[in-house]
Design a protein around this ligand. Structure first.
Ligand code: SF4
Length: 505
């Protein structure tokens, strides 16, 4: 079984760097739907360019390579203890090679293991099958931004804008619509949902995630569930959430529903929300050698079809060019909808940095500075560092801290994805600062705007959580919260809520 390790390593590398054909096809349809000059259209063009760049350089499509989740089927008699160890070694090797970001964090101490190994990570589910000659290994990499948008409903329930959801398929339909509406752009829309009707709280979520192993274009074998899936796909895009929650025609690229028996007293609907960076592949291996007999979801002999037919992100000439450090006057001149091309120094900061700054002075002067909500993939490069993937992370997690940090230290720009809340919006208005929405998951695209890693602080938090000092050139992002109290996120949420009420009733 010497080849088993190599086969699993190939599976991990391909899953992290090359989107499967069914997801590419769905994203092509989304691209064709959205007019190129709209904010959603621009976001999708950057995403398309990013998908191509990741496949070309075998780099991570998104810097958040997620929770590696393996589904393995083996013949009777195969030693699953050995396979588990080799899968873990392949995960550690893929992490060493920068194909996976170190994502395994001790929940008590906050320490990152650095290898993606630790209690509960990676997730490996084994099952035996009758096939005596082959082993099947499927892998999904689902990041934290979309994982945080998962939802579980206990029916009957009263749902905002939708009214009562009963223990019926109509009630399930309302739950799915609510979950997609609630995710807005925070899970990097357009997304796909896997849904489980029934089970208990734990098995429901597992089965919902398992639905994401189905291809986006398959048709449910159960006619009742096929009808439900079709009805969701026929209605959900009327919500107008669009790519990244910028408003637009495509909010969801797939809905897959399964059902399990339940206890008489319980009726759970579990929704697993995945983002556009829907990384899922599989291999079938020779059970004797562990060598790859064939790939699932993709045909390696077919050439990869490019996503971006033009040059990806197109400049219109109306972009606002900014260079750090930034002034209050510059920020007050910006308004929601402006596209900015930012150059100069930006500082990454996410959960650990924000919690730290509430109690300690910043390690650098943040007056006029840019904080980028980003946990990059970083590799050692001689004595320095090189960023290999650097898209934005979900900003709302920093809502409890952001307003204080902006006011206390004079920060002028916060970059992230998905938008922030009323407290941050108030601080932007009070001090003269803006929130820029970068395109979630466009990790390769943004890594190419970084010309130099100028330094790093707080490296003891681990590479994703450290404060990286990044020199960027023409980093594009959209003003979605300005210094005049306007928020595109608030506007889209309100508008989509009234559509939700009309299609849900
Ligand atoms: S595309 Fe967005 S939601 Fe998906 S893994 Fe990347 S950052 Fe997270």
């Amino acid at each position: 079984m010497q080849a088993f390790f190599d086969s699993v390593l190939s599976l991990i590398v391909q899953t992290s760097t090359n989107l499967p054909p069914d997801v590419r096809a769905a994203m092509k349809v989304a691209l064709a739907e959205e007019p190129a000059a709209t904010q959603s259209g621009q976001a999708l063009n950057i995403i398309a360019q990013n998908i191509d760049q990741a496949a070309d350089c075998e780099g991570a499509i998104c810097q958040d390579t997620g929770m590696p989740t393996f589904e393995v089927k083996t013949p009777v008699g195969v030693n699953q203890i050995v396979l588990k160890k080799q899968i873990q070694e392949a995960v550690a090797e893929a992490t060493r090679r920068g194909k996976l970001r170190p994502n395994s964090v001790d929940s008590i101490t906050g320490e990152n293991s650095g290898s993606n190994l630790g209690p509960g990570t990676p997730i490996i589910h084994f099952e035996q099958w009758e096939n005596a000659n082959e082993i099947e290994v499927k892998l999904i990499l689902k990041g934290g931004g979309c994982e945080n948008m998962n939802a579980q409903y206990s029916l009957p329930a009263e749902l905002p804008n939708l009214g009562r959801a009963d223990r019926t398929l109509e009630g399930v339909r309302k739950c799915i619509l609510h979950a997609v509406w609630n995710a807005q752009g925070k899970g990097c829309a357009p997304g796909a949902v896997g849904v489980c009707i029934g089970g208990d709280r734990t098995s429901g979520y597992v089965h919902a995630k398992e639905q994401l192993f189905r291809t986006l274009d398959d048709v449910n074998g159960d006619a009742r569930l096929a009808e439900l899936e079709a009805s969701i796909m026929g209605e959900v895009n009327k919500l107008g959430i669009g790519a990244m929650g910028f408003g637009g025609r495509v909010s969801l690229i797939g809905c897959k529903v399964g059902a399990m028996n339940r206890l008489p007293a319980s009726f759970f609907v579990s929704v697993a929300y995945d983002c556009w960076a829907f990384r899922r592949l599989g291999v079938v291996l020779d059970a004797r050698t562990g060598a790859i007999a064939r790939w699932l979801y993709r045909d390696p002999s077919s050439p990869v079809v490019a996503m971006a037919d033009q040059a990806g992100f197109q400049r219109t000439g109306r972009e606002v060019v900014l260079k750090t450090p930034l002034t209050e006057e510059q920020m007050r001149s910006l308004k929601v909808g402006d596209v900015v091309l930012l150059s100069g120094l930006v500082y990454t900061g996410r959960d650990a940095v924000h919690a730290h700054l509430m109690k300690h002075d910043p390690p650098v002067d943040l007056r006029g500075a840019v904080i980028y909500h980003c946990g990059p993939v970083v590799a050692k490069d001689g004595d320095g560092w090189r960023v290999t993937a650097a898209g934005p992370t979900t900003s709302i997690r920093e809502e409890p801290y952001q307003a204080d940090i902006i006011k206390r230290y004079g920060v002028r720009v916060v970059i992230g994805k998905g938008g922030m809340g009323a407290k941050t919006l108030g601080a932007l208005k009070e001090t003269g600062a803006v929130y820029l929405n970068a395109i979630g998951g466009a990790a390769q695209f943004y890594a190419r705007t970084i010309t130099k890693v100028a330094g790093v602080s707080l490296l003891e938090f681990g590479t994703p959580e450290a404060m990286w000092h990044l020199q960027v050139d023409a980093f594009p992002a959209i003003v979605t919260m300005d210094a005049h109290g306007n928020s595109l996120h608030k506007d889209i949420e309100t508008a989509s809520a009234s559509v939700l009420a009309s299609i849900g009733s």
